[in-house]
Design a protein around this ligand. Structure first.
Ligand code: CP
Ligand code: NVA
Length: 305
């Protein structure tokens, strides 16, 4: 039987369900007594990694263990799937017989959907070339801890229109904030995601000039100029140079604006040290909140929300 409680992308999930994930994650963060939340005792999470990870790996492992469960980690080098010796669908069927939930970080988005379509246990998207939904929920939690409800806030994405940017567009529709996307024209997020956002009357504005996009923004977000699996491209870097977040660009936003980056970061490429290590940066909270939000996501997938 195919399972439908996957966490694949923000746009597939109800706003009220996403809100519950954020609220339970905030609540668990404040909980000093872990025993109150040992709701996943006897459950196991399998994590499949076709790309490297520090935060996603550690935060999911600790989240599962702190909720009373266990984990198995499989990396590309040591699985039949990674070596191309077994299909995604066979892997999904086998893992479904052993574990209660699967998280995958992979390249092609259809590897994720193929896994989900053939799994009888929930599948979580731990990043694909197309989206990174777990990260963006952590970012929303972080925004709200610092600045209150994200509804109607102005969030400005600057730089490469990559997988994280795509998930921010999905989130703008579900959480009802204004998203300004400032990228060179040929590096915009996925056209089909932008089109869908416009169709659904999401408050998304494409503002090529980063100075205009930052004006009066509540939060500035950027990410690496070369995502995992992508070669470093000096032509692309040249195009992105005006999109580097430095203090003078940052000063165009509201004086109370916060700076976010999912990490890993390249200081003095997409962001200056003065910004990422400066007083407006909340990147360490963002990283910490991955742990809390993974708990909300796992509880949701396993029917505890
Ligand atoms: N932000 C993020 O997903 O980090 P990792 O690549 O370290 O998991
Ligand atoms: N866009 C980055 C995010 C890393 C967490 C990448 O895909 O490499």
């Amino acid at each position: 039987m195919v399972n439908t409680s996957h966490f694949l992308d923000i746009d597939h999930l109800d706003s009220s369900y996403l809100r519950k994930i954020i609220e339970v994650s905030k609540k668990i963060k404040k909980e000093v007594n872990f025993d109150a939340y040992r709701l996943l005792k006897g459950k196991t999470l399998a994590m499949l990694f076709d790309k490297p990870s520090t935060r996603t790996r550690v935060s999911f492992e600790l989240a599962m263990k702190q909720l009373g469960g266990d984990v198995v980690v499989l990396s590309q080098e040591n699985t039949h799937l990674g070596k191309g010796k077994e299909t995604v669908s066979d892997t999904a069927k086998v893992l479904s017989r052993y574990v209660d939930v699967i998280m995958i970080r992979t390249h092609a988005h259809n590897t994720l959907t193929d896994l989900a379509n053939n799994s009888s246990v929930p599948v979580i998207n731990g990043l694909t070339d197309k989206t990174h939904p777990c990260q963006v929920l952590s970012d929303i939690m972080t925004y709200e801890e610092h600045r209150g409800n994200i509804k109607n806030a102005v969030i400005t994405w600057v730089g490469d229109g990559n997988n994280v940017a795509n998930s921010w567009i999905h989130a703008a529709q579900k959480f009802n904030f204004e998203l300004r996307v400032s990228c060179p024209e040929n590096l915009l997020p996925e056209p089909e995601i932008i089109k869908k956002a416009h169709r659904e009357e999401t408050k998304i504005n494409l503002v090529k000039d980063p100075g205009l996009a930052l004006k009066d923004a509540d939060c500035i977000v950027t990410d690496t100029w070369s995502s995992m699996g992508e070669d470093e491209n000096s032509e692309k870097f040249k195009q992105l140079k005006p999109y580097r977040i430095d203090s003078s660009l940052m000063s165009l936003a509201k004086s109370t604006a916060i700076f976010m980056h999912c990490l890993p970061a390249n200081r003095n490429q997409e962001v200056d040290s003065s910004v990422i290590d400066g007083p407006q940066s909340v990147v360490w909270d963002e990283a910490e909140n991955r742990l809390h939000v993974q708990k909300g996501i796992l509880l949701g997938c396993l029917g505890h929300l």
